[in-house]
Design a binder for this molecule. Sequence first.
Ligand SMILES: [Zn+2]
Length: 267
Amino acid sequence: MRDKEIIFRPDRGKEKITFTPEKCIQVQFQYGSDIMMALDMCTHPGDPIDVQRRSVELTVRWGERCKAEFEKLIRQTKPEKRPLLFGIVQGGADPELRMECGRRLEEIGFDGYGFGGWPLDADGSFRADILKMAADAMPDHKIKYAMGLGKPEEIVQCVQMGYNLFDCVIPTREARHQRLYVFSENGATREGVRSGGKFYRFYYAMDDKNARDARPVDESCDCELCKNHSRAYLHHLFRVNDPQAMHLATAHNLRFFGRLMQLLQEK
Ligand SMILES: [Zn+2]
């Protein structure tokens, strides 16, 4: 990690990939990204304060260079196809550094802001306090993006802090591993998801008891799986390794997270 760029050596071999803020924006234009992220230096909450300071300094400086490159490249883009550019708020577990990072990034001016850094501490516990610090450092009229989160209960907390955009492998990865999310009784309500209690449970597609069960996985769900197929059918598809099993389980988990977001948006 240098002040001007990041150099990767995949497999510690001779091959060298240099990543500059400018290149990072150029490749995102090539991908056709609709939301682009500025280059940042990611830290762990346990990293020492001088590392956190350097991360904020580099993230702001790189953010400025990303913004300049973005401005240059959008001149060649049709206005209706204009992508968004987000900055990333670093600062570890230090509230002042988080505030400083948020303020300096907003001076440069981004369309939204992402939570930067690792959201778990050394024992793997979710650091809600750090998520909150970063949300507070982002202007309220812009999109707040909780990058890489999270479990349903973490999403509930993050929405309460002001985050409104998420991305995570959990719904699709769990579906491929035959684990489906279903709302508990009274869980799928505005109050249920906010209660602080367990509003959902796991449904294991391969449990023996599902092999002859004609009911849908979740009677309250309107996804492709629950509307058209039984628990027994999903069990069968997984048993014979039909890729349709993963497709249907994925559609269901994505719909669960979509319904969760709708419930959290209900006034
Ligand atoms: Zn469903």
